[in-house]
Design a binder for this molecule. Structure first.
Ligand code: LCS
Length: 401
């Protein structure tokens, strides 16, 4: 990424963004270069009056790790910096982040407009769980911003986007949808999991809230489940003190630390994910048994121009279809040796999976077709192995079709 001014660049912020968390153990001060893990559930008060002042909100001392913790706070400060937002909230998972965001914006009787391709868990939340709480969701084709405008009603309280979407890699024009939502006076949330703040900053494009499944590229190593919200400070305080406090989806200090460690190498990893993905997309594009490759970096992607305009790179996710459909796709997924047949994404390991029967099995057969998730679609989260090895593995599996 090119730097245009003298402010610290993205990689520098990833490594140096946080202040040291000074700590005393016994008499000796410690200024640890790696953020300390405050593995403590609770924090002591000086006396009863101090505790009472904290509970009245007149003193900002830490109380209890469900409500806040210094290691969590270091992660939140860092993510707010990187996403160019006022404040962040770290949570136990991407789904905890989605639930917390939705419940902060909506109550029974309210309505959400969302894109129609979403991670299968988010689709399940929107079509099964939220309706039980009296919150209705309308999912619309996300390629055309006018679809959002048409679906907004007097009851709509949130517009929810996932771009690029999992697993169709359909993009939504964030600035165009944000403009519509601003006119109608409602917030826009963007799930930025696939791009990370390295490639896309939705708040700069007019969105109000950013969500990450930090389980993916932010952590990066396939060892942590976590979620992040970034947005305005007052909204975040409401999310923390009303919904997180009651619903309880807090992140553990240790997992917050794993994400801080992951962040240090985020730009380096993303560059290699993208380099590998571009080569693999070209390999698949020329392979006689592959009928379609979906990667926003290819000129054949119908929204390639939007990807160039809205993102600073095309990411590490590829979806493809093979001749022979679902059965032939299974042959590929059952016979890879280096790639791992597993859900999740954004890990150092290359992961391959079948959306129709795994991550998106929450969609009905009809809805899969309607939103463009071909029953034979294979999803590849390109890892950081030597690209020749990933290609050799895919080649040998494709020959078995
Ligand atoms: N948003 C997106 C775009 C996701 O891909 C996921 C999980 C979530 C939110 C939820 O985050 P979590 O609670 O899992 O941290 N995506 C998954 C996937 O594609 N395979 O397994 C999980």
């Amino acid at each position: 990424m090119q730097k245009k001014d003298q402010s610290p660049g993205f990689a520098t912020l990833c490594i140096h963004g946080k202040k040291h968390l000074d700590k005393h153990v016994g008499e000796r001060p410690i200024r640890a270069v790696s953020t300390p893990i405050f593995q403590s559930s609770t924090f002591a008060f000086e006396n009863v009056d101090h505790g009472a002042a904290v509970f009245r909100g007149e003193d900002a001392s830490y109380v209890y790790t469900r409500l806040g913790n210094p290691t969590q706070a270091a992660l939140e400060t860092e993510m707010a910096y990187l996403e160019k937002g006022e404040a962040a909230l770290a949570l136990a998972s991407g789904m905890a982040a989605a639930t917390t965001a939705v419940l902060t914006c909506c109550r029974s009787g309210d309505h959400i407009v969302a894109g129609d391709t979403l991670y299968g868990g988010t689709h399940q939340l929107f079509t099964q769980t939220l309706p039980r709480l009296g919150i209705e969701v309308t999912e619309v084709p996300a390629q055309d911003p006018r679809n959002f405008e048409r679906a907004i009603t007097k009851k709509t309280r949130l517009v929810y986007l996932e771009t690029p979407a999992n697993p169709t890699l359909v993009l939504t024009d964030i600035a165009a949808v944000a403009e519509i939502a601003r006119r109608k006076g409602m917030p826009v949330l963007v799930d930025n999991t696939f791009c990370t703040p390295y490639l896309q900053n939705p708040l700069e494009l007019g969105a109000d809230i950013v969500l990450h499944s930090a389980t993916k590229y932010i952590g990066g190593h396939g060892d942590t489940v976590a979620g992040i919200l970034v947005g305005k400070a007052d909204w975040m305080m409401q999310a923390r003190m009303e919904i997180l406090r009651d619903v309880g989806g807090c992140i553990s200090p240790f997992n917050a630390w794993l994400l801080l460690r992951g962040l240090k190498t985020l730009p380096v990893r993303m560059d290699r994910h993208m380099e590998n993905a571009m080569e693999i997309a070209h390999f698949l594009g020329y392979h006689p048994k592959v009928t379609e490759v979906i990667y926003p970096g290819l000129k054949t992607h119908p929204q390639h121009a939007l990807a160039r305009r809205q993102q600073r790179g095309f990411g590490g996710m590829i979806s493809f279809m093979v001749a022979g459909g679902r059965e032939a796709g299974k042959v590929v997924m059952d016979n890879v040796q280096l790639c791992t047949l597993a859900v999740s994404l954004g890990d150092v390991d290359t992961l391959i999976e079948h959306p129709a029967s795994m991550t998106h099995s929450t969609y009905s057969e009809q809805d899969l077709v309607k939103v463009g998730i071909d029953p034979g679609m294979v999803r590849l989260s390109v890892g950081l192995e030597n690209v020749e090895d990933i290609i050799a593995d895919l080649r040998q599996a494709l020959t078995l079709i």
